[in-house]
Write a protein that binds this ligand. Structure first.
Ligand code: MSP
Length: 509
């Protein structure tokens, strides 16, 4: 059985600085990567920056620097943010790197030699911010149907990719593989788009120079999306087909935002078909964040700066909030009050309190030493079963990229823990010496369930998990064996926990 797992984020344009939308996809990919590592998989987690194209060239001109200088400067901001957000990527690809340029030229050349890229002439409406050509009928009031900004009519000699040739093959693939494009509503959109007919795609430009030249004709620059999409294989060493490429391709999951689905679910698969390479197993398009009810935009100056959020609320609270608040495929709204509410109720009250109460009681009643449990009662067995069920549920939900549901499943067990304390009333048991064994068993169940909870939480909130597990006397990195009930050994020294998440005062609006 293959135990390799490959997950990617989009590569981010360097003409913009990192915001919450970028952080969101990258966090989601990080949770998958961490969870699969915990399960014993060999993981390749790729992110990076998209540094070519007219947009970057224009932004560099405006800033009075070369595109390379701009890219060098901005990509560091992405890397610094990923460090701050505890993103455990394996590789960071930049499209200006030699390894990438070499791979892109090779694919372009191969497809051209096969006859699926040919030289022609282009005349259509171009949206520079989206780097996309539109037909006149697709425009809305001569504006880009995606971003509503003005388009301009361009005529140029261009290389074309014979995308039309792959229409039926792509449709057949989408229909035979329900998992390929997700969520389902997005899959339906793509099916209708493909059924309307695929036109050949212009894959070169002559109007600017910041990019990879077409092999054999350096008047032409390879279209930025052809260039960018190939990052997913050039990072694995393609055109070398041994090593990482052989181990990790096809990718398990491309995580992207809904606005770039067509590039990933239509263009990319047809490029791969032409190059004779297997298609991604899954492309998942998540929704968009609005900010306090409004579209995020530079002009509104409401762009949420993730560094600031981390400084104000702590990295794990931000990681938790973004993945808990909104189901992954849907749009969601970011608000400070919703974040503060989640911190106070889910993290401080439910999660943190449970650890506090139970570690404090173990210290009070048994000097902090875990005792071997006696026979479990029905109530204990129900709590144990709930914990086991959580492990199965989280696995199933993460398979479907349902991060929010996975967290809900964990929090059901956290609530069950708080209820278990109320129902078993350890403080009453502690008053009766004849109940010592029962008290030991209750404490064992409580701590053991939480140990498993924190194994799973480690994928979402790595620092919190390390802290909590160290209070519980667990020093091993979270791992698959750690998900089994019974791992907590009698004799383990448990420390009374400090508050994991101090409450934040909620300002009344
Ligand atoms: N460079 C291309 C991707 C090439 S991948 C081969 C690109 N870059 S981007 O920097 O403009 O956008 C990257 C991602 O940020 C996209 O997935 C986009 O959906 C996401 N987001 C941008 N704004 C967003 C929100 N407001 N909310 C959520 N995600 C958003 O496109």
């Amino acid at each position: 059985m293959s135990r390799a797992f490959y997950v990617t984020t989009p590569i981010y344009y360097v003409n913009d600085v990192p915001h919450i939308g970028h952080a969101y996809t990258t966090l989601a990919a990080d949770v998958l990567a961490r969870y699969r590592r915990l399960k014993g998989y060999e993981v390749f987690f790729l992110t990076g920056t998209d540094e070519h194209g007219q947009k970057v060239e224009k932004a560099a001109n405006a800033a009075g620097e070369t595109p390379q200088e701009l890219a060098d400067r901005v990509m560091k901001r992405f890397q610094a943010l990923w460090e701050k957000l505890d993103i455990s990527y394996t590789d960071f690809i930049r499209t200006t790197q030699e390894r990438h340029k070499k791979g892109v030229s090779k694919i372009f050349k191969d497809v051209m030699e096969k006859g699926d890229i040919y030289l022609g002439e282009y005349e259509d409406w171009y949206c520079t911010p989206c780097e996309t050509f539109w037909t006149e009928t697709q425009l809305i009031d001569y504006k880009c149907p995606d971003c509503n900004r003005p388009t301009e009519k361009l005529k140029e000699e261009s290389y074309f990719f014979r995308m039309s040739k792959y229409q039926e093959q792509l449709l057949a693939h989408i229909e035979a593989n329900p998992e390929f494009i997700q969520p389902k509503s997005r899959r339906n959109e793509i099916i209708s788009f493909v059924k309307e007919g695929l036109r050949d795609l212009s894959v070169s430009r002559t109007t600017f120079s910041w990019g990879i030249p077409v092999p054999g004709n350096d008047k032409h620059i390879i279209y930025v999306w052809f260039d960018a999409l190939a990052n997913y294989i050039t990072a694995l060493g393609y055109p070398e087909e041994s090593g990482n490429f052989d181990k990790f391709w096809p990718v398990d999951a491309h995580l992207i935002g809904k606005d770039i689905l067509r590039f990933h679910a239509v263009y990319w698969p047809t490029f791969l078909m032409a190059a004779g390479l297997p298609l991604p197993k899954k492309v998942f398009a998540h929704g968009w964040w609005t900010i306090e009810g409004q579209k995020m935009s530079k002009s509104l100056q409401n762009v949420v700066e993730p560094n600031m959020l981390v400084e104000k609320y702590g990295v794990d609270a931000v990681r938790y909030f973004l993945l808990r608040e909104v189901p992954f495929g849907l749009d969601g709204d970011f608000s400070h009050s919703a974040l503060v509410h989640r911190i106070n109720s889910d993290l401080a009250n439910d999660l943190g309190n449970l650890l506090n109460r139970s570690t404090a009681m173990l210290n009070k009643y048994f000097g902090g030493i875990v005792q071997a449990p006696a026979d479990l009662t029905d109530m204990d067995l129900a709590y144990q079963e709930k914990t086991r069920e959580m492990v199965r549920q989280v696995d199933m939900h993460l398979e479907e990229l349902a991060f929010s549901k996975a967290l809900q499943a964990i929090w059901e067990v956290v609530s069950a823990g708080n209820k278990y304390i109320d129902e078993t009333a350890p403080w009453t048991l502690a008053k009766d010496p004849a109940q010592k064994e029962r008290l030991a068993t209750v404490m064992y169940c409580l701590l053991e369930s939480q140990r498993i909870v924190y194994q799973l939480i480690s994928a979402f909130m790595p620092q919190t998990a390390v802290k909590a597990l160290s209070y519980l006397g667990v020093t091993d990195a979270p791992n698959e064996n750690g998900l089994q009930w019974g791992g907590l050994e009698s004799g383990t020294q448990v420390t009374k926990a400090e508050a994991l998440f101090p409450r934040i005062e909620e300002k009344s609006e």
